[in-house]
Design a protein around this ligand. Structure first.
Ligand SMILES: [Zn+2]
Length: 481
């Protein structure tokens, strides 16, 4: 017993001695408790770690049908090299279409995404040590504890909250390149029971709840994590493994035979272009809208949030104050109806498929009168310069494409786009099939996720050359569990 105490004392001295001294006293005490709970020096000196999760993922707000939530199987491995600021993310997901693998990494200086099915790669300027894992590291409380320790100088206490009937201390911090994070720490055990970070919808959060704590070596981790988007469940852990001496072989290398795809397009600034007579595409980041000049007003499509900035950009380019009178809702997915309240304030009439009305009204927080909406139940509907074409797919049971008849321009959402200067085209076979069915060959395509113009030939080529999913032989991830 006595020798045990001596060991503990020596351990404590080592932990405390290595602790940064800039946080306030209360913050520092809580951070010390967290560090001790998660393994002391085993946490603060941790050089690298890998975790692999098998999860069930629920697609609230992004399912094929507006009335039934899709549930899919998702597996991912995240390798974190704290010493050299490197991170690798690999994933495999399963849906009705079969397996889909993805891979990206940050090697300490540069980010890459790798497509093993096409044997291509591209440099990704937007990737950093913080973002290379698609924010998956927040699902492992051990990494949050380490981030808290590394951000000690910035951490502030933000009150108390009862969780599971027990008092928790809230501590908030923002590490370099990360969003602000708030951890809910059990005051006595130092365990992190919950974490939150802001959602893109104002006032909403992503929530991570941690349960079933276990140890690997001296390191503590939650065996189960439950993730919520806003208040809806997002992922449920089926199994998790954590490795302290992971092998990095091949994780930060690209096979010599792989070809480089074109550089990513820079969409960080608002841009607006006239792509055909009286037809404009405006947008920034992931959200673009089409504007069709109808004389006294615009008909528009592309419902991401921050719509007022896009109409302002078009009005500034054209030197007019023409309003948006009609707005086409492509489909019911949460991101594509993010701007409906803004559009409502602009007084636009919504044009939409009847199946999407309930979702749009929920997002608006009110019911639409008949004169405020135009329902398009058929597969094909024309008004003004515009023809609407319903393109059903596994992505969304209904999805309205907006076609400008006189200029042969088509705008689609989540079906056909590239965010790279060359190549990198994502195309849906359902779009090609729908166009073939009605004998329509648009000259130019633009999309809700990219203003890069593509052609009908691009669509045909991309659909014809879509490869089967390929999993690198060294990955253990592609075997579904
Ligand atoms: Zn979608």
């Amino acid at each position: 017993m006595k020798s045990c105490q001596i060991v503990l004392t020596a351990f404590w001295a080592a932990t405390v001695a290595s602790f940064p001294a800039f946080a306030g006293n209360e913050e520092q005490n809580l951070i010390e408790t967290v560090v001790e709970a998660y393994g002391g020096k085993a946490l603060t000196n941790l050089a690298r770690l890998e975790f692999t999760d098998h999860t069930k993922r629920l697609n609230f707000g992004q399912s094929t049908s507006p009335t039934l939530v899709d549930i899919g199987h998702y597996q991912a491995s995240v390798f974190v090299d704290f010493e050299n600021s490197r991170k690798s993310w690999r994933s495999a997901s399963w849906s009705g279409d079969g397996r889909y693998t993805q891979n990206q990494f940050f090697d300490g200086t540069t980010g890459y995404s790798v497509n093993h099915s096409k044997q291509t790669y591209s440099k990704e300027n937007s990737l950093s040590f913080a973002s290379a894992d698609r924010r998956l590291s927040y699902t492992l409380d051990t990494i949050l504890a380490r981030m808290l320790y590394d951000s000690s100088d910035d951490a502030t206490l933000s009150g108390q909250e009862e969780l599971n009937g027990e008092v928790h201390q809230k501590i908030s911090f923002q590490a370099n390149g990360h969003p602000p994070l708030t951890l809910f720490v059990h005051g006595e055990t130092g365990r992190i029971s919950m974490a939150t970070r802001p959602h893109w919808m104002e006032g909403e959060v992503h929530t991570y709840r941690f349960d079933n704590h276990q140890r690997v070596g001296d390191l503590l981790y939650a065996g189960d994590t439950y993730v919520y988007n806003r208040s809806e469940p997002r992922t449920v852990t089926v199994s998790r493994t954590v490795s302290l001496e992971p092998d990095d072989q091949g994780l930060f290398d690209i096979p010599a035979t792989y070809e480089q795809e074109g550089q990513g397009l820079d969409f960080s600034e608002m841009t607006v272009k006239e792509i055909a007579q009286g037809v404009y595409i405006a947008g920034q980041d992931w959200g673009f809208s089409l504007f069709v000049d109808e004389g006294d007003y615009f008909t528009a499509a592309g419902g991401y949030d921050r719509f007022p900035e896009r109409i302002a950009a078009v009005q500034s380019l054209t030197g007019t104050q023409k309003p948006v009178r009609y707005f086409v809702i492509s489909h019911h997915h949460m991101d594509h109806i993010g701007g409906v309240r803004e559009l409502d304030q602009l007084g636009a009439t919504f044009i939409l498929h009847p199946d999407h009305l309930a979702t749009v009204e929920r997002a608006l927080g009110r019911q639409l009168d008949e004169e405020e909406r135009m329902l398009v139940p058929g597969a094909d509907h024309s008004f003004g310069r515009v023809r609407l074409i319903d393109i059903p797919s596994g992505h969304s049971r209904h999805n309205l494409g907006t076609y400008v008849r006189d200029e042969r321009v088509m705008f689609t959402a989540d079906m056909f786009f590239s965010r790279q200067q060359e190549g990198g085209i994502r195309a849906s076979a359902a779009l090609l099939a729908a166009l073939q069915l009605i004998g329509l060959k648009p000259d130019t395509f633009v999309a809700a996720h990219s203003s890069r113009p593509l052609t009908y030939k691009h669509l045909e080529q991309a659909v014809a050359s879509a490869p089967d999913d390929v999993c690198p032989p060294s990955w253990l991830l592609c075997e579904r569990q």
